[in-house]
Ligand binder design. Structure first.
Ligand code: CIR
Length: 257
């Protein structure tokens, strides 16, 4: 059960965010991104979360994607080591917000040469599946496993071969339900899940967000919406079109705990 979330407002420099154009085309429009972000925060609040919405930071174009510089769980927080130079400093900027909720003895750090971004980290109860990707390396996963192992978590590394982060290609809802690409459907690590394969033309909608029984689904993906509704979840549609242009999606816009 989540009770809190941390978000961070998009900054004007958002237009310089890193993009592979894997999902969208064009440059984000700042004013529209702000509106979409406000709606996202309002949706989290509607679901009962107490949201700390941090001010935007013009030094870091991608800093609204707060999921990446930290991983939070009931027992502790792990400050990651984002792989790209333009994002690495976000790990320092998120720390004061994390300190409001965790004492220093329960805040850990991924150190170089380890790299990690939270978009690669998928929690399933007491098990973390961590993507080995361009952003998260083996040493990052090793350090993470050592940290969370103290609190009884298991860690399984999952190679990410299709693009940015693990959670662009596999997302856990609850009760064993996992949204996956055709490639992740074959991943041995996920063999025991109830896997729902999302069509390639709706790839972006895999990154839906389960919060306390409800699923936030990005607007504009009717097939995925139907699949999630057929599983019995109430859904809330959220437009993330501006963030999509720079590979951002629903989970990356918040830390939930
Ligand atoms: C980046 O490439 O780092 C950003 N433009 C997008 C990050 C998205 N984060 C996420 O999915 N967790």
């Amino acid at each position: 059960m989540f009770t809190k979330a941390i978000t961070k407002k998009p900054c004007r420099a958002l237009i310089d965010g890193i993009t592979t154009s894997q999902f969208g085309e064009g440059t984000p429009v700042y004013e529209d991104a702000v509106k979409q972000h406000d709606k996202y925060v309002a949706t989290l609040r509607e679901l009962g979360l107490e949201v700390t919405d941090l001010e935007g930071d013009e030094r870091y174009p991608d800093s609204c994607f707060v999921e990446d510089p930290a991983v939070v769980m009931a027992e502790c927080a792990v400050i990651t080591n984002p792989a790209r130079d333009s994002r690495n400093g976000e790990k320092h900027e998120i720390l004061p917000a994390i300190r409001k909720f965790y004492d220093d003895a329960h805040i850990f750090h991924i150190e170089a040469p380890g790299t990690m971004e939270g978009g690669d980290v998928m929690q399933v109860d007491k098990h973390f599946y961590v993507g080995l990707s361009d952003r998260t390396n083996e040493e990052g996963v090793r350090q993470f496993a050592e940290i969370v192992g103290q609190f009884g978590y298991e860690v399984t590394a999952v190679p990410v071969t299709e693009g940015l982060h693990l959670k662009d290609f596999a997302v856990y809802l609850d009760k064993g339900n996992l949204l996956v690409t055709a490639v992740m459907n074959e991943a041995p690590a996920f063999a025991d899940f109830n896997r729902l394969v999302i069509d390639a033309d709706e790839l972006y909608a895999i990154n839906s967000l389960y919060i306390n029984g409800t699923v936030l689904v990005p607007e504009g993906y009717p097939k995925t919406l139907k699949i999630i509704q057929n599983l019995g979840y109430p859904v809330k549609l959220v437009d993330t079109g501006e963030f999509r242009k720079i590979d951002g999606s629903l989970t990356c816009l918040s830390l939930r705990f």
